[in-house]
Design a protein around this ligand. Structure first.
Ligand code: NAD
Length: 365
């Protein structure tokens, strides 16, 4: 299996293949960059079809975390871990303790947290072996559930997109189609409803869809229709790769702005959206509210006022991207990538001149 020549390899600093025969742990920790600070990013547990698929996921997700943290103005680099296994069957205390020892072995260069397939209680086991864990429920700086902050940041991003593309100062009277009513989608609906938007919703879970109809006066549509309905804004809050060659030509909304990670199936889909005159809010910029909230815990100083002001600033960061994309005739996703790369490069240059950026911070649990 090639690493340095892998199509998802993007100058990653370190890739650690972890194996423990006794617990059965097979994991990959990918540290993309520590230029801005310790590489922070969750740990995913998934039944990957092959080691190659797991490596690809770890490389792509860790680079995404570097960009997300850089654009959110956090003193954090980007990393991600994947545990190869079935989250429904293969979890054990021994497995998570073993993973914790590998994280500890990186001495704070990588800080882990929950991601798909991993719960807070799993991370509490990991935390028995290492201090380099975020997203816990207890501890000196515990930050709790990140999803209300992700939803608030997404709401701020939708306001920025509405202002830029529709020339409106708020979402009152606009129709927003929300795909997925889970942790983030539900909180986002609350924010939008409070601000006077009309909601169209879809979720594979019929119970939660019915609840949204009754709580927000939302119109329910099928999961096949939600991206293509008559709406001003489509807010994907469920799955990745939903923006692709098949879906984009069918979208009627002028804005796509939601919390889901990895919304573009491939980089060229950013251009496809632009050519279709759809304003796309780059996912890792609009959905950074959660990591902004966890960041305080990671560095051991949780400051709610600072969190709120950074989550509010997602509005202006996105406006900046939209204006630059228009001016340069580029996809918003492409502009966001360039801005993130610039920030990381500048931090690396400061680090090389010895001005302090990029130090590792010992997490205080
Ligand atoms: P979640 O699992 O709580 O919610 C996802 C919801 O989507 C569920 O209700 C599920 O039933 C629904 N769903 C699944 N497939 C669907 C489909 N085909 N059509 C419609 N609905 C479908 O997850 P979450 O924490 O709310 O995260 C949502 C998205 O936001 C994910 O892509 C996640 O990676 C991203 N995200 C979340 C956070 C956070 O703070 N939780 C932070 C950043 C990004």
């Amino acid at each position: 299996m090639s690493v340095f020549n892998h199509e998802a390899f993007a100058g990653h600093e370190q890739v650690v293949f972890c194996h423990d025969a006794i617990s059965g742990l097979k994991a990959i920790i990918a540290v993309h960059s520590t230029a801005l600070g310790p590489a922070a990013g969750g740990c995913r547990m998934w039944s990957y079809a092959s080691d190659e698929e797991a490596l690809r996921d770890a490389l792509r997700l860790s680079r995404g975390m570097s960009y997300k943290n850089a654009m959110a103005g956090l003193e954090l680099g980007g990393g991600k871990a994947v545990i190869i296994g079935d989250a429904g069957k293969d979890k054990s205390e021994a497995l998570f303790r073993s993973f914790g020892r590998f994280v500890e072995g990186l001495s704070g260069k990588y800080i882990t947290a929950e991601d798909v397939g991993i719960s807070v209680s799993d991370m509490e086991i990991v935390a028995q072996e290492t201090d380099h864990v975020g997203g816990l429920n207890s501890g000196q700086a515990a930050s709790g559930d990140p999803s209300p902050f992700t939803a608030r940041g997404t709401f701020n991003g939708i306001r920025a997109a509405v202002r830029h593309r529709l020339g409106k100062q708020d979402v009152r009277g606009l129709v927003v189609a929300v795909q997925g009513l889970g942790h983030v989608g539900w909180h986002l609906c609350e924010e939008l409803h409070r601000a006077g938007a009309k909601l169209i919703v879809a979720d594979i879970n019929d119970d939660i869809t019915r609840k949204a109809v009754s709580a927000f006066g939302a119109t329910a549509v099928s999961c096949d229709e939600i991206l293509f309905c008559d709406a001003d804004v489509v807010a994907p809050c469920a799955l990745g790769a939903i923006m692709n060659e098949q879906s984009i030509p069918r979208i009627k909304a002028r804005i796509v702005a939601g919390a889901a990670n990895n919304q573009l199936s491939s980089a060229s889909d950013g251009d496809l959206l632009r050519l279709q005159k759809i304003l796309y809010a780059p996912d890792y910029v609009i959905n950074a509210g959660g990591i902004i909230n966890v960041a305080g815990e990671i560095i051991g100083r949780y400051d709610r006022t600072l969190v709120d002001s950074k989550v509010a600033s997602i509005h202006d960061v996105l406006l900046d991207i939209f204006i630059r994309a228009d001016r340069e005739g580029r996809a918003t996703s492409d502009v966001a990538d360039s801005m993130a790369q610039e920030k990381i490069l500048q931090a690396r240059q400061r680090q090389m001149k010895g001005t302090g950026a990029g130090r590792t911070v010992k997490h205080v649990a």
